[in-house]
Design a binder for this molecule. Structure first.
Ligand code: MLT
Length: 430
């Protein structure tokens, strides 16, 4: 079979080029042969914010944004959310296959073995001000773990990588819970080895004087589902950061800290908190139409709607909406969910939003559920980071096994001065 090719005519020179097309892409470096002269650097592609650039080959997560499809390792997200536990999905993302029962049991046991954090790390956490933002605490603490596990820098050793992947997944809930309790001056609660991953997280967050903390099973399962939905999302901003930092062969702790820093921005992991602020601003269901009109006039933004890759309903949002019903049956309904549903109903019928393909995304309902479950909004981004660490690490592991990858080094279009004559300081004008 002949290879598909792109025929390019450079109108500057009249020359023609044939660029091979593989997997629906041309290789950007193939453009370099297109030159106007021998000393020309060659043609580059300009793609700020990587709107149309594939930076890697990946077999982890598939998204069809037009159709609203999300699959992990080929399995539809809806099926995984219905039938699997978060740690089962974590195994799938990391290993490419669903675990057999025996594999799952030993994986769960292994994660449990690593939930404790070093006592000096606890002291490190105590050094933060009482009102420190949990995301800042998490980012710094995860980076600090790089000093506790110096062997993690042997990133080319698959066994070392695996050891630290487990540690990171196991310790994220412990660090988060300690960050949370620090704010209230509550003593840190040690992990309970008898509990599952999410139940134990809830125990470390909320246990007070009860001899054993038993989470409500509906809420624990809802949290598990939310973790599954947030576990990976191919080359989003934080995952691309993980790959960029990882490409320099930095260790997984500092790389995860960098990815978490990217996630902390309001345009990424902080978006669901913005949705809650918007719902507060709207105040009641009857004020929704007026708010929609303000959105259309460009006065305010409709938070939690629209997504860079989904031009359809974000499949995660559909599952979260269903899960919300189960959570509210336990916690009781609040006005926010009513406002959100009305907002969605009106927006999905309105030509303005339909034409722009603005559908609810994962952030639209997640903050509402988290708040109903008792999580304070400051913790929302951390709740995103706990499961996303699995995706970051799966992608990092894939990067390090990929012979095509090198240190990330984009190019630029230089827009500054050409060479200038130096002016001594006494001759310079203000
Ligand atoms: C995510 O899950 O990372 C967000 O939806 C953002 C994205 O994919 O760009």
């Amino acid at each position: 079979m002949t290879q598909d090719r792109l025929l390019v005519t450079d109108t500057r020179t009249g020359r023609q080029y044939e660029l091979p097309i593989t997997d629906g892409t041309i290789h950007a470096t193939d453009l370099r042969q297109i030159k106007v002269s021998d000393d020309d650097f060659g043609l580059m592609s300009y793609d700020p914010a990587y709107l149309n650039t594939a930076s890697c080959r990946s077999s982890i997560t598939f998204i069809d944004g037009g159709k609203g499809i999300l699959r992990y390792r080929g399995y539809p997200i809806e099926v995984l959310a219905e039938h699997c536990s978060f740690l089962e999905v974590a195994w799938l993302l990391l290993n490419g296959e669903l675990p057999a029962q025996e594999e799952l049991d030993s994986w769960v046991a292994l994660v449990k073995k690593h939930v404790l954090i070093h006592e000096t790390t606890k002291k490190f956490l105590e050094g933060f001000r009482y009102d420190a933002h949990p995301m800042g605490m998490l980012i710094s603490t995860v980076a600090a773990l790089s000093t506790v596990y110096p062997d993690a820098k042997n990133v080319h050793d698959p066994q070392v990588r695996r050891k630290h992947i487990v540690r990171l997944i196991a310790k994220m809930p412990t660090i988060t819970a300690y960050c949370y309790r620090h704010r209230f001056g509550l003593p840190y609660v040690y992990p309970d080895p008898e509990l599952g991953y999410t139940e134990n997280f809830m125990n470390m967050l909320w246990r007070l004087l009860e001899p054993k903390y038993i989470a409500n099973p509906v809420l624990a399962r809802a949290l598990d589902i939310l973790f599954i939905l947030h576990a990976d999302h191919e080359q989003n901003c934080s995952t691309s950061t993980m790959r960029t930092v990882g490409s320099s062969l930095a260790d997984p702790y500092v790389s995860v800290a960098a990815a978490a820093a990217a996630l902390s921005g309001p345009l990424h992991g902080g978006a669901n908190e913005q949705v809650l602020h918007m719902l507060d601003e709207i105040g009641s269901k009857d004020k929704v139409p007026a708010y929609i009109e303000r959105v259309k006039r460009g006065e305010v933004r409709l938070m939690g709607f629209g997504h860079r890759v989904y031009k359809n309903y974000d499949p995660r949002a559909k599952i979260i909406k269903r899960t919300a019903d189960e959570v509210f049956a336990v916690t009781g309904y609040n006005s926010k969910i009513e406002i959100a549903r009305e907002l969605e109903r009106i927006a999905l019928e309105d030509e303005y939003f339909v034409k722009r393909k603005l559908y609810p995304n994962v952030d639209f309902y997640s903050g509402i559920i988290y708040e109903a479950m008792g999580f304070e909004p400051r913790l929302f981004t951390v709740l995103f980071a706990i499961p996303r660490v699995v995706g970051w690490l799966a992608q990092w592991d894939e990067l390090l096994r990929d012979p095509e990858q090198k240190i990330a080094r984009p190019r630029q279009i230089y827009t500054g001065h050409a060479e200038r004559r130096f002016v001594p300081i006494q001759d310079r004008k203000k």
